[in-house]
Design a protein. Structure first.
Length: 640
């Protein structure tokens, strides 16, 4: 059990916790939630003993092994390869094995042999012989290949080093597991695997996360850190969100009743203060008032901010089209090839897939930041693009205030609109008068988002939009984008966000793509049905015993053949679309002349021609549907 009892903690004049208390029982999985900066990570540091409380106490079982995901460490101090690093968390096992080796090297008597036997039994009972298998399983589940296992840990990027750190923590099988934003560097397949793994964890787990999917599917208890306090809720995140509002409304009603009662008592006191016959009753009422403790209402207990986005200028039906697009960074390995994609007005498309599979590359081609070596990108009529990249916060004027920054991008917006939008991203009250230079990196990203959305373009292209947002801001953005009247293409590893915003999924399958005409749940259903093992493990093992050159050549030849077939079918589709447009225009013109009563028109001939147009339209539409259906079948087979 973890007993966090009346703990207070301040950093200088900055108070973080005040008499905060909560308990986590053995085997409980607890979600730790609350606004950014409220003290969630401080709670973890106190539990680990890295910080000492100013007051109160923290009790844990004696000899409990605590595993925690470090957010900061020096990778250059790590000399092991990847697999060795993942195995390195069990120091107790390394000590046992070192003692066994020492005893083997010494001249052994009977007592030495007995001691070796005891140590070997202890090593086995502690899971020592299973460490390698667990390390390999964790690394594979988090997206590493078998070829990666022998690579030096320091050779991986920061994001992949954090995955390795997560694997190391999981392999230790601690009694208490502290996870602080474990999905920060994970793609969706790795998140799915992690969820399954943690469901089978038998120890006590405390999870800080902005990922509602993980919180809802894993936690049994939620502890909110807010307003210096810790408040326990006996349910997952969705239960907490509902119960929190219910408790607030209950306290609000009690507070109003108390205010009403105070008012009645004060009126009685004022009315009868000067009457001697009522002196005892007046004194009784005064004491009653003095004993009344004000009912304090928790702050910020509100529904997600109403971040209503303005309706953008209407674009043409076709927003963007990629035709047989191929892209390579080194002219050797194709990141994308033979990609055909069309996004229409009002569609909300999410790109998913393993990290490094080309999601951001595809976004940058859509925005025209990258030019494909093969094929072309065609932008639709009256399409305006707003691109939220991972670096887009660096272009703001550091001397402007938050309010001025947003107003400069939406000059026609009212003060209330600007404040409401900023509030949705966590900036309220006097905060909007802070200068940009005073903001942290995450705050700058949130401000840049507000600046983008104050006068939104009709095609939003978003790369990990929920990074740096707490849950309330994520929910507010989610609602705003769901109701947005424009078009969206988004890359996000936030499963709940994708589930609620996207109405179509594009899975990256280099060098091609696979499109699913449904939301995230539909996509998972299809993926799980066709490849259940891959869907559950998220493993990315490369094929072994395969002639890779021949495989690539066969794939390239297949792509070329399919691309040629697609070009032919697309030409047919375009031809029929043009014919349909021509006939519809002619039909509209003749109908208008009839409705206006044109004296020079031959009504009989015009009606006869309208009948012919109606018949020709039916034939052209049928031919278009046939060609479009064949094209969709070819496109689907290309991605499989």
């Amino acid at each position: 059990m973890i007993d966090f009892r009346q703990v207070s903690k301040s950093f200088g004049t900055h108070e973080v916790l005040r008499d905060a208390s909560f308990r986590a029982s053995d085997g409980e999985r607890v979600g730790i939630v609350g606004p950014n900066g409220a003290g969630k990570s401080t709670v973890f540091s106190l539990i680990r003993g890295e910080l000492t409380p100013d007051a109160g106490s923290i009790e844990l079982p004696s000899h409990a092994r605590i595993g925690h995901l470090r957010q900061e460490f020096n990778p250059h101090e790590v000399t092991e390869d990847l697999l060795e690093y993942a195995e390195s968390g069990r120091e107790d096992l390394h000590e046992i094995m070192a003692e066994i080796h020492r005893l083997h090297d010494e001249d052994q008597n009977h007592s030495g042999q007995v001691r070796i036997g005891e140590l070997q039994t202890r090593f086995e009972a502690s899971g020592g012989y299973d460490v390698r298998a667990r390390a390999e399983a964790a690394l594979s589940g988090l997206g590493f290949t078998e070829e990666d296992f022998k690579r030096p840990f320091a050779s991986f990027s920061g994001g992949w080093q954090m995955r390795a750190e997560l694997a190391r923590v999981l392999v230790t099988q601690p009694d208490v597991l502290l996870l602080d934003e474990p999905t920060n560097y994970l793609d969706i397949p790795a998140i799915v695997w992690l969820r399954k793994y943690l469901k089978g964890f038998n120890g006590t787990m405390l999870l800080i996360s902005h990922d509602r999917y993980l919180l809802n599917s894993l936690t049994q208890v939620t502890v909110e850190i807010a307003n210096y306090q810790a408040t326990r809720y006996s349910g997952n995140y969705d239960f907490y969100a509902t119960e929190r509002v219910r408790r607030y409304e209950q306290r609000l009603a009690a507070s109003k009743n108390q205010d009403r009662r105070k008012k009645e008592i004060k009126q009685f006191i004022e009315r009868f203060r000067s009457k001697n016959t009522k002196a005892a009753q007046v004194q009784s009422r005064i004491k009653m008032l003095e004993k009344m403790e004000d009912i304090k209402l928790p702050q910020n207990v509100v529904s997600p901010g109403k971040m209503r986005l303005k309706e953008p200028m209407r674009s043409g039906q076709e927003v963007v089209r990629l035709e047989d697009v191929g892209f390579s960074y080194d002219n050797e390995r194709w990141v994308l090839r033979g990609v055909d994609l069309r996004i229409d007005r009002g569609q909300k498309v999410a790109l998913v897939g393993l990290n490094g599979m080309g999601k951001t590359t595809l976004l940058r081609i859509l925005t025209d930041h990258l030019t494909p070596q093969e094929g072309k990108r065609v932008l639709g009529h009256k399409v305006t693009i707003g691109y939220q990249s991972q670096e887009f916060a660096e272009t703001m004027n550091p001397d402007m205030t938050l309010f001025e920054t947003v107003r400069s991008s939406g000059p026609g917006s009212s003060m209330q609109d600007i404040r409401t939008l900023l509030g949705g991203f966590g900036f309220s009250g006097d905060t909007v008068e802070k200068r940009v230079s005073m903001l942290s990196g995450g705050e700058k990203v949130r401000l840049a988002f507000a600046r983008l959305l104050i006068a939104p373009p009709n095609f939003l292209i978003l790369d990990e939009p929920t990074t740096h947002l707490d849950i309330a801001a994520r929910e507010a953005l989610e609602i705003a984008l769901r109701d947005f009247k424009g078009t969206i293409c988004v890359v996000s590893h936030d499963i709940d966000f994708v589930r609620h915003v996207a109405d179509a999924i594009i899975e990256m399958r280099p060098p091609g793509i696979q499109r699913y005409y449904g939301n995230y749940d539909y996509y998972r259903e299809k993926v799980d049905a066709t490849a259940p093992e891959q869907a559950e493990t998220g493993a990315t093992k490369k094929p072994s015993g395969v002639d890779r050159k021949a495989l690539r050549r066969e794939r390239a030849e297949a792509v070329q053949a399919i691309s040629k077939q697609k070009r032919t079918l697309k030409a047919r589709v375009t031809k029929y679309e043009m014919r349909i447009d021509e006939l519809e225009n002619a039909q509209a013109a003749l109908t208008e002349r009839l409705q206006k009563g044109d004296c020079n028109i031959d009504h009989e001939a015009t009606n006869r021609r309208l009948s012919e147009i109606h018949r020709e339209l039916g034939e052209a539409t049928e031919l278009w549907e046939q060609a479009a259906g064949e094209l969709e079948q070819v496109a689907n087979s290309a991605a499989q």
